[in-house]
Design a protein around this ligand. Sequence first.
Ligand SMILES: [Fe+2]
Ligand SMILES: [Fe+2]
Length: 313
Amino acid sequence: MLRGGRTTPQPGSLFPLEPEGGSQGVCPCSHVLPVGVRIPKKLVAWTGALAIVLQLTDPHLLEDPLATLRGVPTRRTLVEVLALARARLPRIDRVVLTGDLAHDERPASYLALRQALAPLASRARVLPGNHDDRAALHRVFPADAHGHDPDDPRRCFVDELESWRLVGLDSQIPGKDAGRLGPRQLAWLRAILARAPRPTALFVHHPPVPTGHSVLDTMGLLDADALAAELTRAPWVRLVAHGHIHRATEHRLGVVPVLGTPSTAFQFPARPELGPFEPLPPGCRVLHLDADGWHTEILRLPGLRYPPVPRAS
Ligand SMILES: [Fe+2]
Ligand SMILES: [Fe+2]
């Protein structure tokens, strides 16, 4: 389990991360449950976090409700992951969806997403991935399209949750697999982060770090260095959570933890030579946000009920 520490920025330095087993913002379950282990409901209910954020990513929904993608019924696995999270968590204050929402980019797929989220839809914050259509997404989720610039079609959001600030970034380059934030969005981010310092979590589809997968690393966040420069100006940014790689990972951008999250549909392996898919169940990430720290865990379905099928060569 990864956990971060206090939020108080030190002038001229980056915030200190609390080491594993630290004494602040400690969840009772954090000493016994590593990342990837299913969490008994009673222990999760015991965390007492100020706020709980559920990150869902890469559902790759399809217009046809019965259709499968690589043999995976993606609508069904999304519903099952949501049911798991709702059963295990005492409450869900926000749901952040970090892209690749509709594999076919069809309006009906976004409508299906909204229906699956009910009754949490009003707490959902939605970002596009490379497999998304901004216009179709916007028509179904208009309320959380907190555009940073009326002349820029990118979707992003800034949200306040207890003592925390949640910021969503739109990394889509239409028609491309790789992502980019762009100078205008980075300027917007700088202005947001320059407001009164408060613990901040960033969400984005593309990973801003190499993750070790030689193919996926060619389609990451192309201007990650520029994002890293913004983070050095705002040491109260506590974490970056992303999608795209369909895998639970932990890296760092500078000193800021960067968290990859399992897909609600199918998983990719750590390296391409391991095959097209990792035989792990669909899952999601939970962020427990405390006044002076945070911790995170992965929830997964109990078994791989729908093993993904490699594409015929
Ligand atoms: Fe994806
Ligand atoms: Fe993606």
